[in-house]
Structures are given as structure tokens and as C-alpha cells.
Design a protein around this ligand. Sequence first.
Ligand SMILES: Cc1ncc(COP(=O)(O)O)c(C=O)c1O
Length: 415
Amino acid sequence: MILPVSEFRPSARVARVRISPNAAANARAKALRDAGRDIINLTIGEPDFDTPQHIKAAAAEALARGDTKYPPTEGTPALRQAVAAKTSTATGLVYSPTQILIGNGAKQLIANAFSATVEPGDEVAIPAPYWPSFPDAALYTGARPVFVATAEARGFRLDAAGLDAALGPRTRWLVLNAPANPTGADYPADDLEAIARVLRRHPQVLVLLDEVYEQIRYDVPPPHLLAIAPDLRDRVLVVNAASKTYAMTGWRLGYAAGPEPLIRAMTVVQSQFTAGVSTVAQAAGLAALTGPQDFVAETRAAYAERRRLVTEGIAATPGLTLAAPAGAFFAFPGCAALIGTQRPDGGIIASDADFTEYLLEEAGVAAMPGAAFGLSPYFRISFATDAATVTEALRRIAAAVADLRPAPALAVAGA
Ligand SMILES: Cc1ncc(COP(=O)(O)O)c(C=O)c1O
């Protein structure tokens, strides 16, 4: 018997979680474009570059030699070895392949880590603004996200006192994403030292270090948290992926390095839910990590130029503010001064969601409201798109902002 749609009841677990807001906004922008609208889509955090040729060639070779059978759940020995070597170099510690798990993108590894460790009622501390999948992955597993506020004035970096106050006996994880989505925040050595001091006071807390934007940094890269605080290594799970660094979002290849018991528990989860990652993607990932790295430097330079265009463009737009991103390919401008203004059609901008809706309708620029990342009134633009498009988007945003007017007093009172 087929169940009528009206009677379908999702599990409480699923009911706690939303479809990714980024995916939804991206779909809306694409639908408008398909309907003939001239839309610049800045909603999506995906490199606009193609995967480098030598990586594709390695995948083709894997296919040609028949490397098409079930992969080992935890990842191929060669790729685990490459990730262990990379993590050892980054941290100055010695990692062995048994401390490495290859997963279907960073996203799956994060959900896997929470699934393997949290009990209902446990807390996951997440700096806000945040990448929306952090709280949703925590919620799915029955944990309670606890948000730790960060401020534009401090470049959206966690401060030690705020962090200390947020951690408690039920905290299972602290999520640290650096450089961060959506703000580009990154942590210099003295910040990492202060965070490590707080963590030592809370020995029950594991740290999920999300480094997917590790290679997209605009200043001298800071030291690794584990180079600063090697004593934390039994509590730190480093999560990374080929997705952003090598323009491999579609290959679904992530990796995690951490204490062996945690990696073993995550391997159990993986063995029952997704099994090992596609053999072809793993062969490609090995070529990515061990092959030439020119692509990484070239794309970093391209992102740096776009970041310059964005920071200058926002600075030249009255009403917007920006803490310049230290890394990643996102800017998270503030639009507080525009809240309460009036659109040319009379509508009132009462929230960042109203502002991004206005940008979409008036300027044909799709951006994400800060509310989706847990902080208003802000909005996120991705500059993982070519410089000419970024320039045009900034021009349109400035023109749309210039068209806003102070609202009549009555409307402001009612807004
Ligand atoms: C902070 C952060 N972590 C993880 C991911 C997802 O990475 P992957 O595509 O490897 O699952 C993203 C993608 O937007 C991200 O911004």
C-alpha cells in the first residue's frame, strides 16, 4: 500500500533539521535565471574553477585499471598515508594511517563525528555566525547546539571569556572552523593559545577543527592549533576535504585525522551508513594531495584579487560595513544602517532577509541573509566567481543601496 503524502510522518530526528539554506537559495537563484532573469548568483560556496587535469587523469587511470570495486570503509591505504603525512607536517606531530578516516566530503565526516560521540542532551558549542550544517548535524544526532557569539569588531573571532562561559559539563564538542564560513575569520597564534588555555579547563570537550578553507588564506598562515597546543591532540579531530582546495566539490572526498578510538567509532558509523568513498574519487584525491600544488597557489591569488574587489566595493558603499575576511571566499557585510529604510516600491527593509530579497528582485544579485548563519543584520556573498562578475555584483549592490530611502516615521515605528 502506498502511504498518502498527507500521512507521511518524518522521524523526530529529521524534523529537527532543515534542508540546507544555501542549497535552497542557490536553487531559487538558478530557477530565476532559468526563467530568463539576469541573476548573479553569489549564494554558493563552490570554486568556479575546474578540477586540475592531473587529478582527472588519475581518476581516469583508476577506471581504466578496474579500480571499481568496494573500497575499504576507512579509505585506501595510500590515501590514508598521504593524509597522515599531510597532517603530521601541518601539526608537527606524528600521525599514522590508523588515525585517518576518508569520508564522503567534510560534511559527512562532521555528521559522522557527532553520531559517533553524542548522547541526547549533550551540547555542541558553535561560534556564531556559523556554517548552518554544524548546528543541524548536531541537532540530528540529538545534541543541543550552544552558540558562542562573536562580534564584527573582533573580526568574528571567538574570545576566550565568551568561550569559557559557553562550555559546561554537558559540552561534548567545540566546533572551530578556520578560516570560517561565512565570515573568513581566522585565528592568529595568540588567539589559539587563549583558546587552548580555555580548553584545558574543560577536559571533557572534544574539538572539531574544520579546515576546509585551510589553503585559502590571504595573510601569512597562522600556526596549527596542535602545533601550539600538542597536549590537546587526543581531543582534536581535524576535518578537511579536497572540495574547496582542489575544486573537487562534486567528487565528495573528505578526510579526518584524530585519536584512534574516535576514528574507529566513526569508521563503525561509516560502515553502516555510507561505506567507503568511491574508489575513483579516492584515486583522484591521492593525486590531489601528492601531485603538483600550483593550482592551489594560482587559485589563492585569484581569490585574493576578488577579495580586494569585494572589500573595496563594500567600503565604497555607504550603509554597509565589513570585517575583511582573512581567508575562505566569503564576505559577511553588515547592513544595520539599512534596516528600516524604504525600497523604491515602498516596501520596508525590516531584516537582512528583506535586504537580500530586495537585492535579488531589484539588482538581480542573489546573496544569503545573515539569519541563515545565526547573525543579523548581515548578509553573505561568495566571491568564488570571476572578477568581472564580482565587480558587476558590487556595482549592482551599490546602486540598489543608493535607491533606498529613509522610511516615513510611521513606517519605521511599525517595522
Ligand atoms: C565550513 C565548511 N565545512 C564543510 C563544508 C562541506 O565540505 P564538503 O563539500 O567537503 O562536504 C563546507 C561547504 O560549504 C563548509 O563551508
